[in-house]
Write a protein that binds this ligand. Structure first.
Ligand SMILES: [Zn+2]
Length: 205
């Protein structure tokens, strides 16, 4: 029954093609958890996904961590150019919520309190909801020239679960712009999210 056998093979091949094209295909896994980043999300440590595809953000206005207009420009530019085109549904929350089970997802700050000397910025979860996801991230970046597109894109990436190259799967150089986009570190900062991170986000959210 050769004809039948060939028919089955053809059907199986067609089925896997549908499976491959139905999911965004990412050549390098850059979004936690990866095979090289198996730590769980926790409040105050680690890298976490945001808790769902609806992402609200707020930029501190007034007080210690206020963003000036040029800082705000780069945050808004990163949102509109890099992350809004993904499957994330992003909006600004001018009345942020800091408690309950639907907190404003990303709180942007300008400041250096708590940053190690060699860090230009940091992103942390303050309310883990499960092993992978966080209800609210803080993103704090130094003032005086550090608020630029490469760093806002990078830190926002951590706030949706993106990791550095050495924690991606397969492992990539920390300066591999083609695979890591704005998640590179060191001297090779890129302001663009990049296609690979874009695909990882759409495969997760
Ligand atoms: Zn980083």
């Amino acid at each position: 029954m050769r004809a039948t056998s060939r028919g089955k093979v053809a059907i199986a091949a067609a089925a896997s093609w549908v499976l491959l094209t139905g999911t965004a295909f990412a050549a390098t896994d850059t979004l936690m958890p990866t095979r090289n980043y198996t730590y769980y999300c926790g409040s105050g440590h680690g890298i976490c996904q945001t808790d769902n595809e609806t992402l609200t953000y707020y930029m501190d206005s007034g007080g210690t961590y206020e963003l000036e207009s040029n800082d705000r420009y780069y945050v808004n530019e990163t949102v509109s150019s890099d992350y809004a085109p993904t499957d994330l549904v992003i909006s600004y929350d001018s009345s942020p919520s800091f408690s309950g089970d639907a907190e404003t997802d990303h709180i942007w700050q300008e400041g250096s309190t708590g940053l190690s000397d060699d860090a230009a910025g940091m992103t942390w979860c303050n309310d883990a909801v499960d092993l992978y996801a966080c209800d609210q991230h803080y993103i704090r970046i130094r003032g005086n020239g550090y608020y630029v597109g490469s760093l806002t894109c990078h830190e926002m990436g951590h706030g949706v679960g993106l990791v550095h190259g050495d924690l991606a799967y397969p492992t990539r150089s920390r300066t591999d712009v083609a695979a890591m986009g704005c998640m590179v570190t060191g001297t090779a900062y890129s302001p663009d999210l990049g296609t690979n991170n874009f695909n990882n986000i759409n495969a997760t959210y």
